[in-house]
Structures are given as C-alpha cells and as structure tokens.
Write a protein that binds this ligand. Structure first.
Ligand SMILES: [Zn+2]
Ligand SMILES: [Zn+2]
Length: 231
C-alpha cells in the first residue's frame, strides 16, 4: 500500500503534448561532414599517440588495442551519418544513419523524446507505443518525482519497488583497472498486475539510464523531472 512517506515524491501529471509537425530528412552539408571527420580524426590521433607511448613503455597488449581502436576510428571518420533531421519536439539536429530504415524509432539526445522515420520524414512516435522488453531510455533524475501511476500501464499504484544495478565498466579495462558502476532507484510505483517492467542500464559516458516498456509513462516521468539534474 502507498505509505505517507512515498506520497511526497508522487505527482499527478498529464501526458505532455505531442507535436503534429513532421520534419524532412535532409542531406548533411559538406561543412557538417568535414566537421565530423575532423572531430573523429582528432580522437584517432590521440589513440594512435597513446598506442605509441604504451608500446614504447612495454605495454604490448594495451598498445596494440589502443592502436587498433585508433585505426578503426579513422574508418569511422569517413563512415558517419550523411543525413539529418530536426527533432519534431525540440528542433535539435538528429543524425539519420543508413541503418535507420522506414519505421525506425530514433531518440533525440537533447530532449530524450522518440520519433519515427517515415520515408523522408521524421514524426513524433505515437506515445501509446509499448514494447515487450524495456527499451525506451530516459535519464535517471536525482531526487526524481514519479507520476502517481503504474510505470507500465498508468493505473493507480498499489506497490513501490526498488531497482538496482551493478555493472563492471568495460572500457576502463584498457587502462589496467576495472571500474564498478552502481546505481539504484527507489519507490517505483506499480499496480498489482505489473512488476519488473523497468530496468537500469549504463549508457555511453557512464550515464545511468532507465529503460521503460511504456513510452507514455516514460514521457510523463520526463515531464515531471524536466529541470532536475540527471545521474
Ligand atoms: Zn529533441
Ligand atoms: Zn500496471
């Protein structure tokens, strides 16, 4: 049952509006492509110099791995996204990759809203979209508020669950030590029909992400915490 302590972080919040506009998928300009190439080549030169230093100090394995990544990123520099579209929600530029085929759901890195590619257009994804496994990703906000509704279906909550995750970071292994990332989220509201519908994952740059099965409930959580710092 809902405890009085739990009630303080629960808020009544309606579905945030969904824009009806669509935005065209366009080719990136030459200048944008050159900027990307320069950025990635900068990264690969750091990796190659690192590789040379590691090798010269006798760190054979790390030197070879770093050098390999450096060479791979030279290929990546010329293989980046050639197309872009404005986010239908916030207008930020979203990279459209060649594997983003018709119907692909694409997330905006800036506002975290999901859109869908329809041929040469990007449109807001229907908020009624759900998935069997948790896949819609949101940041985990510090001291977050929660919609007063089951995280899976929006029904009134009767139970509050905790979620935790411990992950061993893979990339720091390159520099010789493992890094353990821990995260937990407390008091997830659930109805009596649902449990374990959210999961935690560690995204790029060690950011903690919450994965949802219901796009509608993810959007309400985003709306309730829009101005809070994220983990
Ligand atoms: Zn956006
Ligand atoms: Zn439910």
């Amino acid at each position: 049952m809902a405890s009085p302590a739990a009630a303080s972080y629960l808020v009544e919040i309606a579905d945030p509006p969904v824009p009806s506009r669509t935005t065209p998928v366009q080719k990136k300009s030459l200048a944008e492509n050159l900027k990307h190439i320069a950025h990635v080549l900068g990264l690969s030169s750091i990796l190659c110099v690192g590789s040379w230093l590691l090798l010269s100090y006798g760190y054979l394995l790390y030197g070879v791995v770093s050098g390999g990544l450096g060479v791979l990123s030279i290929f990546a520099a010329f293989g980046g996204a050639k197309n872009k579209a404005a986010c239908p929600y916030c207008g930020a530029s979203i990279d459209i990759q060649s594997y983003h085929k018709e119907g692909t759901q694409i997330q905006c890195e800036k506002c975290h809203e999901y859109s869908q590619r329809n041929v040469s257009l990007l449109r807001a994804l229907d908020p009624a979209t759900t998935s069997e496994t948790p896949k819609f990703e949101s940041p985990v906000f510090k001291n977050s508020l929660w919609p007063k509704a089951c995280v899976a279906c929006g029904e009134p909550p009767v139970r509050f669950d905790d979620l935790s995750k411990t992950t061993v970071g893979a990339l720091p292994a390159l520099v010789g030590h493992l890094q353990i990332i821990r995260g937990s989220v407390k008091g997830l509201p659930y109805c009596d029909k649902h449990r374990d519908k959210l999961s935690l994952k560690v995204g790029s740059e060690k950011k903690l992400l919450l994965c949802w099965t219901s796009l509608r409930m993810m959007r309400r959580y985003l709306a309730a915490n829009r101005n809070r710092p994220a983990y």
